[in-house]
Design a protein around this ligand. Structure first.
Ligand code: 1QQ
Length: 391
């Protein structure tokens, strides 16, 4: 489809050092299978053996709001990539049930039993800090498509992400909200039990300081909390111009509803976790005015986006979201990394995934650097009349 540039340029001295941990690699696995190394290059690459890609998403429990879209997006992406010919990918899908234990078991199965060439996922940063350490030790490339907390690519040189860091999303949404709404004082509420939301709090504090916005209330809660009246009463008394909220949808829904019931009318500003139609559906009218920083918008005229939305909607009977869009993009990024040297072994994918210099994706122009970090423009949206609109 829309591949603009190639990978494969070898960045000589940039080889990454593993992060201190002793890395033992299984030499009998996909990292040394000659049948996974093909002939031809780029679009002409042909690999005889089916390339197995593991996928670990939260298909059930709290993070299923994202995981089910990810499963669908990734499947659509690989369906298209397979149709291009030369290489056949098989996705082995696992459900981590939004649990660290299940995520760890799924990674182990994919690495040791299925001997996959690479793994996409998991859904939450809270699982990734454990599972990526395992993937790194086993020498298996892992590509995050929604793991946005600080420190993820730093886990090691087999760890990559195609998911806009929450730092970048919030560094866009907070200044955009300041400009649109003239913010001078805000309340900050965050879930301090989740790795992603707690890490986002650091960014929120930094951005607010940089923007000269005063914090008039700061409140914490935990992922499974359902009653936010104590925190919201403090927010109401502080009378902020806006509420900056770092939470997963499970807490966001009751929290925002209770805020509105209590009479807090201030706009609510957040990042990647808010870029979900599931959230809007659950919040109904309470979602109005929510300001969302993220990686993708249905309203963006990025290359292939309209076609992606049409194909996805036809296949699954519902419109895609950011999580579907990022997983879909991952199929193309992995294919590009495999085609660079026409080699689907773990080492080749690891060497080439960090050298995607410019890929014109549905998320806009995207690159992955030699440290495994993604670079792309964030999108800031506001929910108006139940729909995401670019701010
Ligand atoms: C993370 C996230 C979540 C919003 C993914 C669903 O960004 O855990 O890093």
């Amino acid at each position: 489809m829309r591949l603009k540039s190639t990978t494969g340029a070898v960045l000589a001295a940039a080889a990454l050092l593993a992060t201190g941990a002793c890395v033992s690699q299984d030499t009998t696995d996909a990292s040394s299978d000659s049948a996974l190394s093909g002939s031809g290059t780029g679009a002409d690459c042909t690999i005889d053996e089916t390339v197995k890609i593991g996928a670990v998403f939260s298909l059930t429990e709290a993070a299923a709001f994202a995981g089910t879209y990810q499963q669908e997006g990734l499947a659509l992406g690989f369906e298209e990539v397979n149709a291009a010919g030369g290489i056949t990918y098989e996705v082995i899908q696992e459900d981590d049930k939004t649990s660290v234990e299940d995520s760890t078991a799924a990674f182990e199965k994919l690495i040791d039993r299925d001997k996959v060439s690479a793994i996409v996922g998991p859904t939450l940063s809270g699982m990734a800090f454990t599972t990526y350490t395992d993937a790194q030790s086993a020498g298996v490339p892992a590509l995050g498509v929604s793991t946005t907390a600080e420190g993820i690519p730093e886990i090691g040189d087999y760890i990559f992400r195609a998911s806009l860091p929450e730092e970048v999303a919030l560094a866009a949404s907070i200044p955009a909200a300041k400009e649109a709404l003239g913010l001078t004082k805000v309340a900050v509420l965050y879930d301090n039990a989740d790795e992603f939301t707690a890490s986002a709090f650091n960014t929120i504090s930094d951005v607010l300081t940089e923007e000269g916005i005063e914090v008039v209330a700061e409140e914490t809660f935990e992922t499974a909390d359902t009653d936010f009246s104590a925190q919201l009463t403090s927010v109401l008394e502080a009378d902020p111009d806006a509420v900056i909220l770092s939470a997963l949808p499970g807490a966001t829904v009751p929290l925002v509803k209770q805020a509105r019931e209590l009479g807090i009318e201030a706009p609510i500003v957040g990042g990647n976790a808010f870029n979900s139609p599931v959230l809007v559906g659950a919040l109904e009218t309470a979602a109005e005015g929510l300001i969302v920083g993220g990686a993708w918008s249905a309203a963006s005229d990025t290359t292939g986006n309209a076609e992606f939305i049409a194909n996805y909607t036809e296949k699954y009977g519902r419109a895609p979201d950011q999580f579907a869009a990022q997983a879909y993009t991952a199929a193309y990024l992995l294919d590009q990394a495999v085609r660079a040297d026409c080699d689907a072994n773990r080492e080749a994918i690891k060497d080439n995934l960090g050298q995607i210099l410019e890929y014109d994706s549905i998320l806009g122009p995207i690159s992955i650097d030699e440290n495994g970090e993604v670079h792309q423009e964030p999108v800031v949206q506001i929910i108006q009349d139940g729909a995401f609109t670019i701010l």
